[in-house]
Every structure is written in C-alpha cells, then in structure tokens.
Design a protein. Structure first.
Length: 157
C-alpha cells in the first residue's frame, strides 16, 4: 500500500529540508534544555556539559537522565500530536504521516525514533537514502512505514 492511494499529488520532504529541520530541532532542544538547567540550579557550564553528554560525573547523573527523558519525549510525543511534527519540521513546513496520510500513533512514533538510530549506523546511510528514494523516505521511515510530507501541498483523497 502506498500513500499515493490516499493523498492527491503528494509532495515529500526532501533531504535538505529535513536536514535543516533536524538542525533547528537541535537548536530548539538545546535552548530548552539549557533553560531547564538554569531552572533546576545548574550553571551554564554544567548545563552545557549535561546537554552534550560529555564527561558527566555521578553528581550530574540525575540531571542528565532528566535531559534524556525530555529529549526522547520531544522526538516521540510531538510527531504523535495534531502538530504531526517536531518544532523544526513544523518551521520547515513538514509533517510526519502514516500510509493513509493520518497522524502517526505514539507506538509508531516510538518505532520511528528507535529506527532513526539504525539509520545513523554506517555513516548515516539510512538518512542518505532520502536523497535517492522516490518518496524521499529514509530507512527509519521505511521501517516505521511513515512519510514526511510538505504541509502546504497535502490534500487527502
């Protein structure tokens, strides 16, 4: 089954728009996490250390766990909401949908997030597949049976 059966003239999010969306997500999430670090009493240096995940000692382990949980929630929960996207994808005019062109479930979003780690194995080849795939799908999209579509050109049949 293909999304072309459910969506008129589908336009898929290409590699560069998805790349910039990911870059925006990184910036947005870093700012949010640095702000959270300030709220819970961390210095900017400690917050940056926790956000980067480098050389975190046991004294910051709880904070790092909290940051990981929030990061995972950002990438799993937002695509399963009516937004259908992370904030970076939203800014870039993209949305994540299932094969019927509907919002993805929390379970499918979780699978997509976990599959993104598979996409990053071997020099990010799973992400580079987006360049060559006719529907601009990465390995994680194929594994989760999702599509990244342009919002303004999205008309369901």
């Amino acid at each position: 089954m293909s999304i072309r059966q459910h969506v008129l003239h589908p336009e898929f999010g290409g590699f560069w728009s998805r790349f910039f969306a990911s870059f925006l997500d990184f910036i947005i999430l870093s700012i949010l996490l640095l702000g959270l670090g300030k709220l819970i009493g961390l210095t900017t240096a400690e917050s940056m250390e926790v956000v980067s995940g480098l050389n975190v000692g046991m004294d910051l382990a709880h904070e790092q766990s909290l940051f990981y949980i929030l990061t995972i929630a950002y990438y799993i929960i937002l695509p399963a909401t009516p937004l259908r996207a992370t904030l970076g994808k939203l800014v870039m005019g993209l949305q994540i949908v299932n094969v019927q062109g509907n919002r993805i479930s929390l379970l499918r979003s979780t699978g997509r997030y976990l599959a993104s780690f598979v996409s990053s194995v071997i020099l990010f080849a799973g992400f580079l597949l987006i360049i060559f795939h006719p529907e601009k799908r990465g390995l994680h999209d194929l594994m989760a049976n999702t599509y990244v579509m342009k919002r303004d050109h999205f008309i369901k049949k």
